[in-house]
Write a protein that binds this ligand. Structure first.
Ligand code: FAD
Length: 386
């Protein structure tokens, strides 16, 4: 772009930014600028708004560990002593998205049994979805769990509906991919009927950002679940001189969803027992003949699964900004994402394979904040603007 065009574009951006600020005066939004992309918004009818990102806006940093299995999640029935055990764990970075579908696969495993008393171990997304599906099928459910939902990995999930980072491509076969596809579709279908504030789910535009044109036009077999898919050139969006892959998906506020599912389990007659299982013998001593193992990363120790590893993730929370109605992935150095949840404006992230450490790393917090600050400072203009 020549200097004159760049100046013109910047002054238009500036002018519209001022308009946006005056239009939003009186509301609590920290939105800063409005851009002049050549293409209209896909889904939202509001102007683009950039979040105000800085270190002094940080309210909290959280760390969680994705239950990652390179060979994919485990949903499988086995007989141990006089118990029927159904495993449902190991969903990596996509467990929140896969909750209903994977639990559907798990509950199908007992389709030949007469409904009676069932134990579910774990009250993260898998335990709660499994419990609800069992109840709907006529089972009487007790959830045994070391942690209430607030302290689970599920409550640390960022919250994009997108069952990705679930496996290592080189370690899965076609049968696994077919099950993943089925679980993704069933889960998506279930979540689409729970949208709204009660379950903390809403539709949102998402933009994957890249410095080069995207090489692959297909991400997964369930690409069609993402609406308004398009590839955008620099200038067609406000994210500087990058390429963007656009789609519309669901944003889930995990705390709201898990709290509501917990209430739903209670309302359908379910019971909760706080209990930490140290050994497999403790599990086999339960009174229920059928036990669902929804222990996430806990399955490594409890059931001796050596394939299961922790993938550490770090998230940075800022105060929520209701004016920001799109999410971004990428746009700078390292793994980056911005999700405008109703409870927080969330910035991620990290994916550290086989890292069980629980400390938040200051250098990562600074990288995540600084890279997003640069991304949104360049909103509507070239990425070299600071
Ligand atoms: C930073 C980060 C970001 C993420 N972002 C997303 C996202 O945007 N979208 C998405 O789909 N997924 C995301 N995920 C992944 C998602 O959070 C996990 O895949 C999902 O939460 C796994 O759910 P779960 O129910 O299997 O396990 P958990 O939520 O870990 O629940 C396990 C349950 O088992 C119980 N338990 C474990 N061991 C024992 C024991 N010995 N005795 C008794 N109880 C036990 C625990 O107390 C807990 O209740 C993210 C994860 C992280 C860490």
């Amino acid at each position: 772009m020549n200097d004159k065009r760049r100046r013109t574009r910047r002054s238009v951006v500036k002018g519209l930014g001022a308009l946006a600020l005056s239009a939003s005066a009186g509301c609590t939004s920290t939105a800063a600028l409005v851009s002049t992309p050549a293409r209209p918004r896909a889904y939202s009818r509001k102007p683009w708004a950039a979040p105000n990102v800085s270190m002094d806006a940080v309210i909290r940093v959280v760390v969680g560990h994705r239950p990652f299995r390179p060979n994919g999640f485990r949903v499988e029935r086995e007989r141990l002593d006089d118990k029927t055990i159904v495993h449902n764990y190991g969903h990596g970075g996509g467990g929140l998205s896969l909750g209903w579908g994977s639990s559907g696969l798990a509950v199908r495993e007992v389709g030949d049994l007469t409904p009676g008393a069932a134990a579910v171990i774990g009250s993260g997304i898998m335990g709660l979805c499994t419990a609800r599906l069992l109840q709907d099928a006529g089972w009487s459910v007790t959830i045994y769990t070391r942690d209430v939902y607030r302290h689970t990995t599920s409550n640390v999930a960022a919250g994009e509906w997108g069952p990705f980072s679930t496996h290592d491509k080189s370690q899965v076969d076609a049968a696994f991919l077919a099950r993943l596809d089925w679980a993704a579709r069933v889960s998506h279908h279930a979540y689409t009927s729970l949208t709204g504030p009660r379950y903390g789910i809403r539709w949102l535009e998402g933009y994957v950002l890249n410095d080069k044109p995207f090489a692959d036009s297909r991400r997964s077999s369930f690409d069609d679940l993402f609406a308004y898919r398009a590839y955008l050139e620099p200038g067609e969006h406000p994210f500087g001189n990058r390429y963007a892959r656009r789609s519309v998906t669901m944003q889930i506020d995990p705390g709201t969803l898990l709290r509501q599912l917990t209430d739903d389990v209670y309302s359908a007659g379910g019971k909760f027992v706080i209990r930490n299982f140290e050994t497999l013998d403790d599990v086999l001593a339960l009174p229920e003949p059928v036990v669902f193992n929804c222990t996430g990363l806990g399955a490594a120790a409890l059931f001796g699964d050596r394939d299961l590893v922790a993938a550490k993730g770090q998230l940075v929370f800022l105060p929520p900004d209701p004016a920001v109605d799109y999410l971004t992935l990428g746009g700078g150095r390292g793994l980056l994402y911005m999700f405008p949840r109703s409870d927080v404006l969330l910035l991620g992230g990290t994916f550290r394979y086989d890292d069980n450490s629980r400390n938040a790393e200051v250098a990562e917090t600074e990288r995540i904040v600084e890279e997003h600050r640069r991304l949104f400072a360049s909103f509507g203009g070239p990425t070299d603007v600071d």
